[in-house]
Ligand binder design. Structure first.
Ligand code: HEM
Length: 138
């Protein structure tokens, strides 16, 4: 069980590294002047590579979490609340994919200020999940 939990945490941390950085690239993309094509293409390339890289990491983090849950008999309200937050996180991840497609199509995007607030969502979810899984308050 400890090996599964160790790799669960490794993939969780790797997934979050991308969930913290990808919206930061969106902040920069939303600030790129319209005539700076080279900079826009460079940021888009970084975002595409990052999104492709973190998607399997997120899948592995969740798969190992489910293995812990169903393979080792964990239970409790904390686990249901945690899983609900993970669904929010997965939706956030997919929303990033939609936003990235929008940037690539040159569709009008939200302001860089909006993306700064958007960037804070994974931080709040991470804090809540870590309290739930370590403290197990209910
Ligand atoms: C559906 C997805 C997930 C499920 C079913 C799940 C389930 C679990 C279970 C059963 C444990 C073992 C708890 C224990 O040993 O007391 C665990 C550990 C852990 N999980 Fe998840 N997890 C999921 C996703 C995540 C995510 C997205 C995070 C991100 C913060 C996360 C963070 C952790 C941490 C930090 C631990 C270690 C806790 C400890 O050792 O005290 N998990 N997870």
């Amino acid at each position: 069980m400890l090996w599964v939990k160790a790799f669960h945490i490794v993939f969780v941390v790797s997934w979050f590294a991308g969930l913290f950085y990808l919206p930061r690239i969106f902040v920069n993309l939303a600030m790129v002047p319209a005539d700076s094509r080279a900079e826009r293409e460079r940021l888009l390339l970084m975002a595409r590579k990052l999104y492709r890289f973190i998607t399997p990491l997120g899948v592995l983090a969740i798969a190992l979490g489910l293995w812990l849950w169903f393979g080792f008999g964990f239970s409790g309200g904390w686990l249901h609340a945690k899983t609900a937050l993970v669904v929010v996180l997965a939706a956030y991840h997919l929303w990033c994919g939609r936003l990235l497609a929008g940037f690539a199509e040159g569709a009008p995007t939200r302001t860089h200020v909006w993306f700064r607030f958007f960037n804070e969502v994974p931080v709040l979810v991470l804090i809540a999940i870590c309290i739930l899984v370590v403290v197990k308050p209910f």
